[in-house]
Design a protein around this ligand. Structure first.
Ligand code: APR
Length: 245
C-alpha cells in the first residue's frame, strides 16, 4: 500500500477510534530544531551517555552534567512545538480515551496543548535534590555558567528530575501507562520518532497490537518490528500526522 492509501486507511480507523495511545521519542521534536540522541547531529556524539546522563557521570562531574542540561534548556527555550506536536494534541481532543507517553523531557507536547501526558523519562523543567529523595520542583531557570552546578540555598546539590541510564523509571508513570493499556483494548496506537531502544517502549507498542489495535509507526527510519507496526510511514512526523486529521 502506498503512503496515500495508508493515510486514507489510518484516517478512517482513527475516525472510528474510541481509545487512542501515542508513544513518542526525540524524533517528534526534531522538526522543532531539537537534536535527537542517536542521529548524526545527536547530542551523544561529543560525549558518552555515561558521562552526561548517569548517576556515575553526575557524581564524577556535576558541573559538566549541569552544563549539558542547561545548554539543552537554552536550546529548547528557543524552540516552538511543531505541526506533529499540534496534531497529537488534536488527536487527543477528538479521542474518547487517550494517553500520550513521551520519552522526551522538553515539554513541547504540553506547550502544543496535550493534556494526558506521561513523561516516562521525567522533565528537563523540573529539578530535585541529588540526594535524600527530596521532592522535585518546577525550575525553568536557564542558569549562568557560574551558577552551575545548581545548589539549594543550604548548599545541597540539586539535579535535573530526569531518568538517567541505569536508573529505574518513575513507578507512578510506568503504572499509569500499564493501567491505560490494560483497562480495555486500544483501537489505534501511534509510535512516533523513537528508535525504540528500550524494551518497555516495544512492549507498550506490542500490547495494543495484541489487542487488535492498528499500530502505526511514523519515523524516517522505522524501528519497530513488522509484526508490531501494521502501518509504517518512513517519513517525518510533521509531514504525515497533519494528513491523518
Ligand atoms: N519525524 C519522526 N521521526 C524522526 C524525525 C522526524 N522528523 N527525525 C528523526 N526521527 C527518528 C529517528 O529516525 C530515530 O529513530 O527519531 C528517532 C530518534 O531516536 P533517538 O535519538 O534514539 O531518540 P529516542 O528514541 O527518543 O531515545 C530514547 O534514549 O537517550 C535516551 O533518554 C533518552 O529519551 C531518550 C531515549
Amino acid at each position: 500500500m502506498n503512503d496515500q492509501d495508508s493515510v486514507a486507511w489510518v484516517r478512517a480507523r482513527l475516525k472510528q477510534a474510541r481509545k487512542v495511545f501515542v508513544l513518542t521519542g526525540a524524533g517528534i521534536s526534531a522538526e522543532s530544531g531539537i537534536p535527537t540522541f542517536r542521529g548524526p547531529e545527536g547530542y551523544w556524539k561529543n560525549y558518552s551517555p555515561q558521562q552526561l546522563a548517569s548517576p556515575e557521570g553526575f557524581a564524577r562531574d556535576p558541573k559538566l552534567v549541569w552544563e549539558w542540561y542547561n545548554h539543552r534548556r537554552r536550546v529548547i527555550a528557543g524552540c516552538e512545538p511543531n505541526a506533529a506536536h499540534r496534531a497529537v494534541a488534536e488527536i487527543e481532543r477528538r479521542a474518547g480515551q487517550f494517553l500520550l507517553c513521551t520519552q522526551n523531557v522538553d515539554g513541547l507536547h504540553q506547550r502544543a496543548g496535550s493534556r494526558c501526558v506521561v513523561e516516562i523519562h521525567g522533565s528537563i523543567w523540573r529539578t530535585r535534590p541529588a540526594a535524600g529523595g527530596g521532592a522535585p520542583f518546577e525550575d525553568r531557570t536557564i542558569y549562568d555558567e557560574d551558577q552551575l552546578p545548581v545548589r539549594a540555598p543550604d548548599g545541597a546539590l540539586l539535579r535535573p528530575d530526569v531518568v538517567w541510564f541505569g536508573e529505574a523509571l518513575p513507578a507512578d508513570a510506568y503504572a499509569r501507562v500499564d493501567a491505560f493499556l490494560t483497562s480495555g483494548p486500544v483501537d489505534v496506537a501511534f509510535v512516533i520518532g523513537t528508535s525504540a531502544v528500550f524494551p518497555y517502549i516495544v512492549r507498550w507498542a506490542a500490547i495494543p497490537r495484541h489487542q487488535g489495535a492498528l499500530v502505526v509507526e511514523i519515523n524516517p527510519a522505522p524501528s519497530l518490528p513488522e509484526n508490531i507496526a501494521a502501518v509504517r510511514f518512513a517519513a517525518k512526523a510533521g509531514d504525515i500526522l497533519p494528513q491523518l486529521l
